[in-house]
Design a protein around this ligand. Structure first.
Ligand SMILES: Cc1cc2nc3c(=O)[nH]c(=O)nc-3n(C[C@H](O)[C@H](O)[C@H](O)COP(=O)(O)O)c2cc1C
Length: 188
């Protein structure tokens, strides 16, 4: 039995809707179908969705991967499907996963920053950038949880600059201060 791996990029044809239970609803449906079918045909890999772009990595028995890719390429939920990587492999490199989903996580953002990319445009990825993405998918520790697509890198820059721990500390200190002032005022 020969094994192969395949990576492609494409553009979503749907407009991202507000997230439901932590994930964009169209993507949630794709993930549901993928997890059901891929487990059956022993295909593993990962799906990345961000900035209306998909990057998917598939690994498995050659016939099964090609058959699936044919089906995916005809799916009208995306367009401009471009094959980025397609080659035989000696052994599987993913374990226990039918289809891992990677959100716009900080390590992906770090990778984009390192590559000097403003937005996620996987259709232009070279071979080493594809390998980097595959490594990020492989190392992603989402543990099967479906996690939020946060709507793109632009939103990332609007996030609070104060770390959550420090913010909690400041709030606690403020509450203590108000309490102390109230106590002192009862003694005057
Ligand atoms: C970006 C994208 C990725 C997809 N990935 C998979 C996949 O990994 N496995 C899968 O079975 N279907 C995947 N699909 C869905 C297939 O195109 C197809 O709709 C589905 O396999 C049909 O499944 P069904 O015959 O069980 O209804 C994907 C679709 C899109 C748009």
């Amino acid at each position: 039995m020969s094994l192969m791996r395949l990576a492609y990029a494409s553009e979503a044809t749907f407009k991202a809707k507000p997230v439901e239970k932590g994930v964009e609803p169209n993507v949630a449906r794709i993930l549901m179908e993928s997890r059901r079918n891929n487990a059956r045909s022993e295909i593993v890999g990962g799906l990345y969705y961000g900035d209306d772009q998909f990057f998917q990595y598939l690994e498995g028995e050659e016939g099964a991967v090609r058959q699936l890719y044919d089906r995916i390429a005809r799916d009208d939920r995306h367009r401009d499907v471009i094959t980025l990587l397609e080659e035989p492999i000696e052994a599987r490199t993913f374990t226990n996963w039918s289809m891992k989903y990677v959100p716009l996580s900080s390590d992906v953002n770090r990778f984009l920053d390192n590559e000097g990319m403003e937005a996620f445009r996987p259709s232009g990825f070279n071979r080493s950038q594809c390998e980097e993405m595959i490594t990020l998918i492989r190392n992603s520790s989402q543990d099967g949880r479906v996690v939020s697509h946060d709507g793109g890198r632009n939103k990332r820059s609007k996030q609070s600059v104060i770390p959550k721990g420090i913010l909690a500390g400041l709030i606690a200190a403020a509450v203590c201060l108000v309490g102390a002032m109230a106590y002192v005022s009862t003694m005057l």
